[in-house]
Design a protein. Structure first.
Length: 296
């Protein structure tokens, strides 16, 4: 009897956990190559998804070298959301085709920071992310997309130029441009993001692209003096893509991904990409127009 009592509470908790898992959304994080600290950030991204209580998360890690890459064949169809923390060598054609089919058929996808540097010549991938940078991107990759403040609209600049740039890292403000979008609804119109690289001059097909939020990249911080897209959604077939340009990590630091603004928009973007809705509440520790907020 004593033993039963001792076991009963844990068993009850286990039963609850099991039933919660049965209702959870299955998500997959892809990593394995990145010029950023993917080993340090994947556990954080996984925890942020799990903290919502909505997701169970698996991780698929690619081989570290080209010779073994043909073995990389995750079963994307098992999931409702794929998160890329990957910036590296091409996946096998078969895996690319399976991933395209997954998103086209209604799967959710999130591109985090340097995931938008990946795969410059994979046409469908660039349609999914809308905009990307580096790895030879130029006007041939598509227009440079920025936000024109006075007209309050997105500009697609077809003039020749590089795709992807940033100045030294600094903290910067993020401004909402689509306050009615489920991911943005209820967030402050303007909030401070912790020290990060402010990606500018991103280029890509920019089809079915909605710019949810932008950040001003001042010239004196190595920027463009323009409002650059930070949070975006893209439609690809029946699939929903959430793209966050934020989240630099390296040198043992991942402060940009500890920013509550990064975390909360990632969590809301994940739910939206997977389901088309956002049921999460805005937490009390969300950053304000003049205050950065970090979590451990
Ligand atoms: Zn970076």
């Amino acid at each position: 009897m004593k033993l039963f009592r001792r076991l009963a509470a844990p068993l009850f908790v286990l039963a609850l956990a099991t039933s919660a898992h049965a209702a959870a959304i299955k998500a997959l994080i892809v990593d394995g190559q990145n010029n950023h600290d993917w080993k340090g950030t994947t556990p954080g991204l996984k925890k942020y998804l799990e903290d919502t209580g909505l997701f169970t998360v698996d991780v698929a890690t690619t081989p570290g070298n080209k010779d073994d890459m043909p073995t990389f064949k995750p079963d994307f169809k098992k999931y409702r959301l794929v998160v890329s923390n990957y910036n590296g060598q091409d996946w096998p054609k078969e895996t690319q085709a399976a991933f395209e089919e997954f998103v086209r058929a209604g799967g959710g996808f999130i591109s985090v920071h340097a995931a938008n540097n990946s795969f410059p010549s994979w046409a469908a991938y660039n349609q999914m992310i809308g905009l990307g940078g580096w790895n030879g991107r130029s006007e041939k990759s598509g227009p440079y997309v920025y936000w024109e403040e006075k007209a309050a609209k997105v500009v697609k600049d077809l003039a020749p130029g590089r795709g992807g740039s940033h100045g030294p890292q600094h903290a910067f403000a993020v401004e909402t441009r689509e306050p009615q979008h489920p991911i943005m609804a209820g967030l402050p119109a303007k909030w401070m993001h912790a020290q990060d690289e402010l990606y500018d001059r991103l280029r890509g097909p920019a089809e079915n692209l909605t710019v949810l939020a932008t950040s001003f990249a001042p010239k004196d911080k190595g920027g463009t003096d323009r409002h650059e897209p930070m949070l975006m959604t893209i439609g690809f077939g029946q699939g929903r893509v959430f793209h966050t340009a934020m989240g630099h990590a390296g040198g043992g630091k991942r402060v940009a991904q500890q920013c509550v603004g990064f975390i909360v928009t990632f969590q809301r973007g994940a739910e939206w990409a997977a389901t088309g809705k956002v049921t999460q509440k805005i937490p009390a520790d969300f950053p304000t127009a003049d205050q950065i907020r970090l979590r451990e």
